[in-house]
Write a protein that binds this ligand. Structure first.
Ligand code: ZN
Ligand code: ZN
Length: 266
């Protein structure tokens, strides 16, 4: 096992993934209630205090609502940048064991190397991550990298450059513009926010991103954070049909509220 990952939940009802390496067992975002977080971890035979670290992309509830699960587990390192930590801490009674990083920096946690890079989204200081482990040319521990990219309205060049050298890319495919416009439950201003430059990637934006890079190194693409009301598996599959001929890798689409089995980047 160089790196294995499983998405425990995806979408506006909560986002959380479990990533494991030889030396680390970490969560990427923790967007469920503390109670639900415990249940999801229990399905993995884990308790919150058995997690080594949590990495937060931004403070929105669907990414950070479960952080209080770790209030009594000071040994769990809670990684966030200062603005995100402040916004999340304001909502939690107990002081939390924050490990602050600078957006744009690269740092290590056990056998993981983490790149945290800015993404355009309507939060205080939202980031995407690249998690890497192992070493180039090492047969026993080859370097493996995973990019984590949700909650962004568009994809700046510095983000695109982070994706090329990855083995797996998890990227949001949030909405279908036609279904978003037809939605009657969201006010116009919300629709503008979702589709705006600091909102979320549409299916088409995800397709453009993947097609424009089309790295031969990619082995798996995971499409996530699908909107329940403003997207459909059919719409995402139609988009994927135009990509598959150009990309020789596995595709996984995570249904709204859904999860994935573990997959290995061995
Ligand atoms: Zn979100
Ligand atoms: Zn968000």
């Amino acid at each position: 096992m160089a790196m294995r990952i499983r998405i425990l939940g995806s979408g506006s009802s909560g986002n959380c993934a479990l990533l494991q390496t030889e030396q680390a067992r970490v969560l990427i975002d923790v967007g469920f209630s503390p109670r639900r977080t415990r249940e999801l971890l229990a399905e993995e035979n884990l308790k919150p205090e058995e997690i080594d670290a949590v990495f937060l992309t931004h403070e929105h509830g669907d990414h950070a609502a479960g952080i209080a699960s770790f209030a009594r587990a000071p040994q769990v390192a809670l990684f966030a940048n200062a603005a995100t930590a402040r916004a999340v801490q304001d909502r939690v009674e107990h002081p939390l064991a924050w490990k602050l990083f600078e957006t744009g920096s690269r740092f290590r946690f056990r056998d993981l190397e983490i790149d945290a890079f800015a993404v355009p989204h309507d939060a205080h200081d939202p980031v995407g991550f690249r998690f890497s482990t192992g070493f180039d040319g090492d047969l026993l521990a080859p370097r493996r990298s995973l990019a984590w990219l949700t909650d962004l309205g568009h994809v700046p060049q510095h983000v695109r450059e982070r994706l090329r050298d990855c083995d797996a890319v998890v990227v949001e495919s949030n909405h279908c513009p036609t279904l978003l416009q037809a939605d009657h439950r969201r006010p116009w201003s919300t629709k503008q926010r979702i589709s705006g430059r600091h909102g979320h990637l549409s299916n088409e934006a995800a397709r453009e991103l993947l097609a424009s890079i089309a790295s031969p190194r990619w082995r798996r693409i995971v499409l996530t954070h699908l909107s329940r009301d403003c997207n459909s598996l059919d719409a995402v599959e139609r988009m994927l049909a135009t990509l598959r001929p150009h990309l020789d890798c596995e595709f996984t689409v995570v249904a709204p509220g859904g999860n994935t089995p573990f997959w290995d980047l061995a």
